[in-house]
Design a protein around this ligand. Structure first.
Ligand code: FAD
Length: 408
């Protein structure tokens, strides 16, 4: 079968590597950036226990490689910037695995190395489309340093080209995004905190929130959010050091040692903050007239509140691989059947994760009370949803049968 994978990011590498292990697969993974170019991945990632669980079952070797590049994410603490602790959750209370925290560029490096030989770098995709007479088949044209190329009779086109997916733009006319009225900045800085910042923590001052954790080697990832008017760009005056200091400093003027270090770091003249606005996009799993599969951000851009973007890219790629392995194992090599099966196992799960991520964003919105909002996160109902998020990775074909045989 001829399979083209557009993008060698998180989901692209996992799926390329997994598919290459099946017999009879002709895999072409086309990546826009050059080898070693991680310029778009300059921050840290916390990857949820659900991705770790899915990958350990689907590709334990790859999970082990990420273990070596990451620190374990074992605890989630929420405090006020004056130091009052509101919530302190060991992840093993709600999850069968810990998560990972690491540099995004490191994740790309190990994933791309693990899919070595399958990826063509420096690709500029010129066009792609459905083959008119081709029973779901597609074609794609691109250029790279060696010239222009075309592949026709593509049995399956997998769009893993991120939240601004050219593939989704081409086949579905783009992505409808929805803002939630929250600005976000992110930065990765050398660890000068002298042990103040270690595992995953959040600090609130009203609805304004800082988040930070340590990643290998000796860096701290910091993200900050605050409400902005809906559907407006973040005003420049809210991005200044004075405005940020005011946003995160308690009215009393007293900030805890951790909060002081974070505020001083993001407000330092040399700090480089990358700005965005929190948004989610409408989910889409596949095309029906052509065998196109969407995974990761091209399928379901979600609000980052529960750290589920890359997490779902991994979980979704494992789920897709599980279904493909299950059907191919039964001798079914009809890509249309594969896509229907993948959508069937992903749609409800993705909807739950997107809705829960949005629900958990309540404390970031204008006028919210972090004390009351965080108190709700200690309730059994929220904790049950966390257990579902972190453990229920869906009825994943091969993953499930392996789990059953492991139990048996
Ligand atoms: C600053 C920041 C912090 C984040 N923090 C977290 C976090 O803590 N936890 C978490 O789970 N998620 C986090 N996310 C989200 C996470 O990074 C994404 O959800 C995840 O990378 C999506 O994986 P993906 O495989 O769908 O796409 P990506 O990883 O974005 O990969 C897409 C790939 O496609 C390539 N590409 C794009 N267009 C083309 C094209 N036309 N042709 C060929 N190749 C193309 C890109 O170069 C890239 O390699 C964060 C995102 C940002 C921006």
């Amino acid at each position: 079968m001829r399979i083209v994978i557009v993008g060698a990011g998180v989901a692209g590498c996992v799926i390329a590597r997994g598919l290459s292990r099946l017999p009879g697969m002709d895999i072409h993974c086309l990546e826009r950036v050059e080898p070693g170019d991680h310029a778009e991945a300059g921050t840290g990632l916390n990857i949820g226990p659900n991705a770790v669980k899915a990958l350990r079952i689907q590709d334990p070797e790859l999970a082990g490689i990420i273990d070596d590049a990451a620190f374990e994410w074992t605890n989630w603490r929420i405090s006020l910037t004056d130091g009052t602790v509101l919530f302190d959750l060991p992840l093993d209370d709600v999850a069968s695995e810990n998560g990972w925290r690491l540099r995004w560029s490191e994740l790309y490096r190990v994933l791309r190395e693990s899919a070595e030989g399958l990826i063509t770098y420096g690709c500029r995709i010129a066009d792609m489309g459905a083959t008119p007479e081709g029973a779901g088949k597609t074609w794609i044209r691109w250029s790279d340093s060696e010239g222009d190329h075309e592949l026709t009779d593509v049995d399956l086109l997998i769009a893993v080209d991120g939240r601004f997916s050219q593939t989704r733009q081409t086949f579905a006319g783009g992505v409808n995004s929805r803002q939630i009225g929250v600005a976000i900045f992110r930065t990765l800085v050398p660890d000068t905190s002298d042990g103040l910042i270690t595992d995953y923590q959040q600090w609130f001052n009203g609805p304004n929130r800082l988040l930070a954790y340590r990643v290998p080697e000796d860096h701290i990832y910091i993200a900050g959010t605050f409400p902005i008017p809906l559907d407006m760009e973040t005003p420049d005056e809210m991005k200044t050091a004075e405005a940020l200091r005011a946003a995160y400093t308690p009215v009393s003027g007293y900030a805890s040692g951790q909060a002081r270090w974070l505020i001083d770091t993001v407000c330092a003249p040399e700090s480089e903050l990358h700005w965005a606005r929190i948004q989610e996009s409408e989910a889409r799993y596949r095309e029906t007239g052509a065998n196109v599969l969407y995974l990761g951000d091209s399928s379901n851009g979600m609000v980052p509140t529960l750290g589920q973007g890359a997490t779902q890219a991994i979980e979704g790629a494992c789920a897709a691989l599980g279904e493909i392995e299950r059907l191919a194992g039964d001798g079914n090599f009809d890509a249309g059947d594969w896509l229907a099966a993948i959508e069937a196992v992903r749609a409800d799960r993705t909807r739950f994760v997107m809705e829960f991520s949005l629900e958990a964003s309540d404390t970031l919105l204008a006028g919210s009370d972090p004390v009351e909002g965080t108190r709700k996160k200690r309730n059994p109902a929220f904790q049950e949803k966390l257990k579902r998020l972190y453990n229920d990775i869906g009825t994943i074909g091969a993953v499930h049968s392996r789990e059953e045989s492991a139990v048996g």
